[in-house]
Design a protein around this ligand. Structure first.
Ligand code: FAD
Length: 443
C-alpha cells in the first residue's frame, strides 16, 4: 500500500477528490498573471484533494498527513497570485471551502470558519448593520482564511490601512501539522505570525475579525485631464478628511478593457474609481472640480447593479489587471510602493520613459496613518530579463518593488522570516510538510 493509500484509509469518511480535472484545477491559482510563473508552475499537481468539513476532520487529516509524511498545501478560493496555493511537491491539497460557517456575530466582531466565502460573510454581517474593515476585490470567490493567509490589503485600505496594521484580525485559530496535532488560538501581535505566511505554518480553521458600522458607499468614477492629476487628486482626498473606502487610479489607456463603462470612462481622460461615504458626496465633488475633473458616476451599489454596471471594487486591485488580461494576454504586471510625496512627477517621468510598454494603475492606502501609494502597473511581457531591468529602474526611482514573478514568500518582498517566525514555523510544522518550497530561509 502506498503512503497516499494508507493516508486515505486513515481519513476514511473525509471527502476526497481524485479525478484528473479536480487535481488539475485545484492545484492552480492565478500565478498565470506572470508568464514567468506560468512556465514554472503549470505542471504542478496534487495527488489528492481533501475537503474536511469540520475542525475534527482537519485534526484527523493533519495527524494522518504527519504520520505518513505527506506534504499539505492548504487552499481557499485559489485566487492568490504567486502560486501561493500551488502544491510544488504534489501530495495533498487541503481544500477548506467546506468549513464555511459564519459562527457568531455581535457588535464589533464576527467569528467565522476559515473556508467561508468573503461575500457570504459580508452579506451576513451587513444584515446586522455592520461590515468588514477590508476585503479583496476577489471577495465573490476568495475565502476569509485565504485572504488572511495570502492577502495583504484591499478594498478598505484607503480608510483602514493594510491588513497587518488595520486591527481587523482579532484572533486566529489554527491546527498544527503533527502526529498529535494541537489547536492554538493566536491573538494580539501573534496573529502576524500566521498572517501572509501562505499556509506554511498552521491550518487556519477559524478567525475572529473586527467589524465596523456599515456604510452604503457611493460607487463613483471621476475623470481628470492627466494621470498625474488623478494622483494629485487622490492625495488631496486623503488629506481632506473626506471618507473614502477605495481610491483606485487608472490611466486612460485602460479604457478598451473597461468598455462596459462606455462614456463614463472612454479613454479621453484618466480616472479614479472610488467608494465614497454619501455623507461626503458634495465635498468629494468639490474636490474633483478643484482638480479639473468631472464626476461621471455616483450611484449606490443597488443603483449600479440595477443599471447593469459592475461594482467599482471589481475594477480595482488585481481586477484591473484581470480586465486587461481577459482581452490581451501580452500584459503582465508589477507591484511596488511609490513614494507618495514625489508621486505625480515621478509617475509622469515613468510614463515618458516606458511609453506604451507600461500602463499606470495605483491604489491609495494608508500605513501608520500616513498615505501610501501602491503601484499595480501593467507591463508588456518581453522576457524575464526585461522585467528584472524594469524592476531595477523602478527601485532606482525610489520605489519599493515586490517581485510578483516569484513563488517564494521572502522574495516577494512581503514577509520577513525573523527568529520568531522560524521558531513558530518549527513548532507548528516540525516535519516541514506545509506548502513546501515557499520559504527559502529554512533548512
Ligand atoms: P488561496 O489563493 O486559496 O490561498 C492563498 C494562500 O493562503 C495560499 O498560500 C494558501 O496555502 C493559504 N491558505 C488558504 N486558506 C488557508 C487556511 N485556511 N489556512 C492556512 N493557509 C491558507 N489580494 C489582496 O490582498 N487584495 C486584493 O484586493 C486582491 N485582489 C485580487 C484580484 C484578483 C483578480 C486576483 C486574481 C487576486 C487578488 N488578490 C488580492 C490576491 C487574492 O485574491 C487574495 O489574496 C485572496 O484573498 C486569497 O484568498 P483565497 O481564498 O483565494 O486564497
Amino acid at each position: 500500500m502506498s503512503r497516499l493509500q494508507a493516508f486515505q484509509r486513515d481519513i476514511a469518511g473525509v471527502q476526497c477528490l481524485t479525478g484528473e480535472d479536480d487535481l488539475r484545477s485545484r492545484s492552480r491559482d492565478y500565478y498565470w498573471y506572470s508568464p514567468v510563473l506560468d512556465a514554472q508552475l503549470k505542471d504542478c499537481r496534487a495527488d489528492l484533494i481533501v475537503l474536511p468539513a469540520s475542525e475534527e476532520e482537519v485534526l484527523r487529516v493533519a495527524a494522518a498527513a504527519a504520520r505518513h509524511r505527506l506534504h499539505v498545501t492548504v487552499r481557499g478560493g485559489g485566487t492568490g497570485n504567486y502560486g501561493q496555493a500551488v502544491p510544488l511537491q504534489g501530495d495533498v491539497v487541503l481544500d477548506m471551502t467546506l468549513l464555511d460557517r459564519v459562527l457568531h456575530i455581535e457588535p464589533g466582531r464576527v467569528r467565522v470558519q476559515a473556508g467561508a466565502c468573503i461575500e457570504t460573510l459580508l452579506d451576513a454581517v451587513r444584515a446586522t448593520g455592520q461590515q468588514l474593515m477590508m476585503y479583496p476585490s476577489t471577495m465573490a470567490v476568495a475565502t476569509i482564511g485565504g485572504f488572511i493567509a495570502g492577502g495583504s490589503a484591499g478594498i478598505g485600505s484607503a480608510r483602514h490601512g493594510i491588513l497587518r496594521e488595520s486591527g481587523t484580525m482579532r484572533s486566529i485559530r489554527i491546527v498544527t501539522l503533527e502526529e498529535e496535532p494541537r489547536v492554538l488560538t493566536l491573538s494580539g501581535a501573534e496573529v502576524e505570525l500566521v498572517h501572509h505566511a501562505w499556509g506554511t505554518n498552521g491550518i487556519i480553521v477559524e478567525l475572529e475579525l473586527a467589524l465596523i458600522p456599515a456604510v452604503d458607499w457611493l460607487q463613483s468614477i471621476a475623470v481628470f485631464p492627466s494621470y498625474p492629476d488623478v494622483i494629485r487628486f487622490g492625495s488631496a482626498v486623503q488629506g481632506s478628511g473626506v471618507d473614502v473606502f477605495l481610491l483606485s487610479a487608472v490611466d486612460r489607456r485602460f479604457a478598451p478593457y473597461y468598455a462596459d463603462f462606455a462614456d463614463r470612462f472612454d479613454g479621453s481622460a484618466d480616472a479614479m474609481f472610488t467608494m465614497v461615504n454619501p455623507r461626503d458626496r458634495e465635498r468629494f465633488a468639490a474636490l474633483v472640480g478643484q482638480h479639473g475633473g468631472r464626476v461621471t458616476l455616483s450611484m449606490t451599489a443597488d443603483e449600479v447593479r440595477a443599471s447593469g454596471l459592475p461594482l467599482v471594487h471589481e475594477c480595482a486591485y488585481n481586477h484591473t489587471t484581470l480586465r486587461a488580461l481577459k482581452v490581451d494576454r501580452s500584459w503582465t504586471y508589477l507591484q511596488m510602493v511609490v513614494p507618495v510625496a514625489l508621486a505625480p512627477e515621478l509617475i509622469a517621468r515613468q510614463m515618458e520613459r516606458y511609453g506604451d510598454e507600461m500602463l499606470m494603475h495605483h491604489e491609495f492606502g494608508r500605513l501608520a496613518g500616513a498615505p501610501r501609494l501602491s503601484g499595480l502597473v501593467l507591463v508588456q511581457f518581453l522576457d524575464e530579463e526585461r522585467l528584472d531591468e524594469i524592476m531595477q529602474e523602478l527601485r532606482d526611482d525610489g520605489c519599493h518593488v515586490m517581485n510578483a514573478h516569484v513563488h517564494v514568500l521572502e522574495k516577494s518582498g512581503r514577509k520577513h522570516m525573523g527568529s520568531d517566525e522560524v521558531r513558530f514555523k518549527r513548532s507548528v510544522d516540525p516535519l516541514g510538510l506545509m506548502n513546501p518550497g515557499k520559504i527559502l530561509s529554512l533548512p
